[in-house]
Design a protein around this ligand. Structure first.
Ligand code: ZN
Ligand code: ZN
Length: 128
């Protein structure tokens, strides 16, 4: 049930949203069950936790494929993206660290938010 709530591409939802989706299908499911299951999935490496801005952390089921995120500054749409080329620090900026992971956020406006520049009264389309 919880796995189904997280099914799909470019899914990045908060624990509360997972709970809402799961309880729509299984009304008796408790919030604690959902939270515990999410923590277990995360511990198993099947979910990635991401934090964007000041909002609650989100769960990303696309944990197997290393990727970064492209975020619309206006509507918050999130896309999984894979930057080209190696992203690495020069040796003199490693400070002896062993790097485990890299988190990058590419920001901008999605096409719907950037909008037609003609100034027509066309209603803005929501992505997804
Ligand atoms: Zn947008
Ligand atoms: Zn992602």
């Amino acid at each position: 049930m919880i796995a189904e709530a997280l099914d799909g591409a470019h899914v990045h939802i908060t624990a509360d949203e997972v709970f809402e989706r799961a309880s729509a299908r299984l009304p008796e499911i408790s919030r604690a069950t959902v939270y515990n299951t999410l923590n277990q999935f995360h511990a198993l490496g099947e979910l990635r936790e991401i934090t964007l801005d000041a909002g609650p952390k989100r769960y990303d089921p696309n944990a197997a494929a290393r990727h970064q995120h492209l975020v619309c500054d206006r509507c918050g749409t999130i896309r999984d993206v894979v930057p080209q080329g190696d992203v690495r620090l020069p040796d003199d900026q490693l400070y002896g660290f062993a790097i485990n992971d890299i988190e990058m956020i590419f920001r901008g406006l999605c096409p719907a938010c950037a909008g037609p520049r003609s100034g027509s009264a066309a209603s803005p389309k929501r992505p997804r």
